[in-house]
Unconditional design. Structure first.
Length: 407
């Protein structure tokens, strides 16, 4: 086994690159439409019986990317049955991974008729490459497994340049591989079996205190804790208990005093990431809302919810979403808290205060997603203040996401 420096020297000298193209294809082998419009029946009791038409509707949806490679191209879905992507894996440890749902929106239970994975990797390729298609929870995909009507199953696709390899295991030249995974679905019969992560039952967080319908109840997804801020039509909106460990550490109210975090930043909640705290010199986990007031030309009245992918905070929130989904969460939306939500919780713009809100609302200093005007964004402070801050300020406010679970 080469030591780490020896492996790096080999990579640096040979500049070997592994190119991988994976196409996952979900093909329905059965197109079933049953219409009994011409069928009638007379029963020997009073009344009528009607047999409804059946529908066959299986498709791919809800692609989520979780990649650690030099490219981050999101897979594309064609004709609802084929997902494809291309990526380049440059060095050991790089991988490309995404999840995707197989949705049965019809009225007929479906089951897998056959599974085909091509090509089979050679013994040499297996030394440096992993190619995996499985259910999100790691279970193997096999024949007879069902996708019940009006439900879904989630698959995970991953190609990986193995990192624990010797220089002799590396490919001798760049490779371009076409990989395919095909699942054929047919109408389910009595031989069909369930799958461990069938999406028929919605995900529910663990209850720490209270319940899923009461504002302020504490719930958890794995080790991450949240407070319920609303439950509307079964869609549960939750405010993270703490700010995320991202951004900067600042020692004063000056941008020049801020030092960006490096590899020590976890990207998940951390009790020490409180932003600006009264009488505390160090401000942890702070970051600007954006580098520009990108909403100024599109908003005519304020307050206005402006948080989107243009925000500096967006990648932090999306990465956190991906992390929670890896813990099994079914997430409708990941975002920042809205002005209206803060008002409903007890914050008041007229008094510039959240003192009428529960203490957990202002336990940290953090950005909302609502602009005060073309240059400022509403924020909540750990001393219960509720007021605006300049969008590019990076020394006081942190990232405290709102997660909305699917109904």
């Amino acid at each position: 086994m080469q030591n780490k420096s020896g492996l790096n020297n080999v990579l640096r000298t040979d500049r070997k690159t592994l190119y991988i193209v994976l196409s996952i294809v979900m093909v329905s082998v059965l197109t079933l439409t049953v219409v009994y419009a011409a069928l009638s029946i007379t029963l020997n009791i009073n009344g009528q019986a009607e047999v409804s038409s059946a529908s066959w509707d299986i498709y791919l949806d809800n692609v989520k990317l979780n990649s650690q490679s030099s490219t981050t191209n999101i897979p594309t879905i064609t004709d609802k049955t084929t997902a494809s992507f291309s990526t380049t894996l440059n060095k050991p440890g790089d991988f490309y991974e995404f999840s995707i749902d197989v949705v049965n929106n019809g009225s007929i239970d479906a089951m897998i008729d056959s599974v085909t994975k091509t090509p089979e990797l050679s013994d040499t390729q297996k030394k440096y490459l992993n190619y995996i298609v499985e259910y999100q929870n790691g279970e193997v995909i096999t024949a007879k497994q069902m996708v019940s009507k009006n439900s879904f199953v989630r698959l995970k696709v991953k190609v990986e340049f193995k990192k624990d390899i010797s220089a002799s295991d590396l490919p001798t030249q760049s490779e371009s591989l076409d990989l395919a995974f095909t699942v054929n679905y047919t109408q389910a019969d009595e031989t069909g079996t369930g799958v461990p992560n069938n999406g028929k039952e919605p995900f529910k967080p663990a209850i720490i205190s209270g319940d899923l319908n009461t504002v302020g109840s504490e719930v958890a997804i794995g080790d991450e804790h949240f407070y319920i801020i609303s439950n509307t039509d079964g869609k549960i909106a939750m405010l993270s208990k703490y700010n995320l460990y991202v951004g900067n550490e600042c020692t004063s109210s000056s941008s020049s005093s801020c030092t960006p975090y490096g590899e020590e930043a976890t990207g998940i909640q951390d009790e020490t990431m409180k932003g600006l705290v009264s009488n505390q010199q160090t401000r942890n986990g702070t970051t600007p809302f954006s580098s520009t007031n990108y909403w100024s030309s599109t908003v005519s009245s304020y307050p206005a919810y402006v948080y989107d992918s243009n925000s500096t905070l967006y990648n932090y929130v999306e990465s956190y979403r991906t992390y929670l989904e890896s813990q099994g969460a079914e997430i409708e939306e990941a975002r920042l808290i809205k002005y209206e939500e803060l008002e409903a919780l007890g914050c008041s713009a007229s008094s510039c205060s959240c003192k009428s809100a529960p203490e957990w609302v202002y336990g940290t200093t953090y950005w909302s997603g609502a602009a005060f005007d073309s240059s400022n964004v509403w924020s909540v402070h750990s001393d219960d203040d509720f007021y605006e801050g300049y969008y590019s300020s990076n020394y006081s406010r942190g990232v405290r996401p709102v997660i909305v679970l699917k109904s």
